[in-house]
Design a protein around this ligand. Sequence first.
Ligand code: AMP
Ligand code: GLY
Length: 420
Amino acid sequence: MKILVVGSGGREHAIAWKLTQSPDAEKIYCAPGNAGIADVAECVPIKAEDIDGIADFCVEKGIDMAVIGPEVPLSMGITDALNAKGIRVFGPDKSCARLEGSKAFTKSFLMRHNIPTAGYKEYTDAESLRKDIGIFGFPMVIKADGLAAGKGVVLAEDAEAAETAIKEMMEDKVFGSAGNLVIVEECLTGIEASMLCFVDGKTIVPMESAQDYKRIFDGDKGPNTGGMGSYSPSLIFNEELEQEIREKILDPTINGFIEDGLDFHGVLFIGLMIGEEGPKVIEFNNRFGDPETQSVLMRLDTDLLKIFDACIDGTLDQIDIQWSDRRAVCVVLASGGYPGSYEKGKVITGLEDVDEDIVVFHAGTAFRDGKIVTSGGRVLGVTAIADTNDEARAKAFANVEKIHFEGAQFRRDVGSINTH
Ligand code: AMP
Ligand code: GLY
């Protein structure tokens, strides 16, 4: 089978890396990929949002399956466009992609199907929102409805911070049209966890749990990032919690999809808050999480390509997905200054010194003059697997120390429970 992976981050590196282990993967391409993905796939210089370019490439090369990593092309309808050309796609269509593309769409879905989530209210003009500042108390959770590269959520500590967020989102339009509709939510407390699920239109199968580290500094301090690390499985998961999530969230979600005519084939990423009232949904995403995928796929024993096929064909109930009991930890090395402005083009050294069983997923790297250099905010995901969580952490950090580039920063608490 000839496969095209669309995207250029650590998540896409992990997907392409795992696919190389499949006996049926004859050739793997990645558009556009990065310097690390080039080890496991042939990178082609087509942007993930260039849907026409990707469609032409698929037809020209006879691609059998396209796997879409990021949310933006999914929301733009890449699946529908490729399906129209007869190409099989792992990733939901445009209609289902609204589950990530519009927070209001997802909130009304969750409410309609009685799935536990924070209470909320919608606003289309800044004045009515101003009158409601503090409506659910503080911190006030304010979200731009549309895609905003993970930056469209503000937890305002007081009225002044809420006013700034309202002005930026609704008047200055810092997130563009994503701020035309804004939602305000009750603030949930507890421990966050990510549950990525395979979905084939009628069956939903959760992967092993994981946790992301959203903020830049240890102790979950500082501004939000794309994710500074992950570990799997989450230390707070047990059978009882999994059963509760199955009954209160997974079953009503898949039944809701069927009832609402949402024919979802791909990964549904469920962001959860596990608090005193049990698990609640924070958000849905319509794709693998980054960097959760890096630690979760390290533990997958089943052929990923077979799972993708089953998700597309609606035969997920016929495969038994196996996971390793081992623990995985992924520590992200980021550029100095990130998530604010940062310089690119720093030479990365020490990649060849890491232990044999460590996988370094590349998130933002490029080749320059025969060297590997930084080319993004998040640069590498140093990923270790071991029998215990502590061992996996120790291995990951020992190998992080072997890799160098000017200004590199990372969180030292990745792999421990992240509370809010
Ligand atoms: P999102 O982009 O929706 O994942 O939100 C980004 C982050 O904001 C989440 O990972 C949570 O840490 C936080 N967050 C979002 N909604 C809520 C909420 N209702 N209560 C508390 N924290 C939230
Ligand atoms: N790790 C969070 C995300 O992929 O959105």
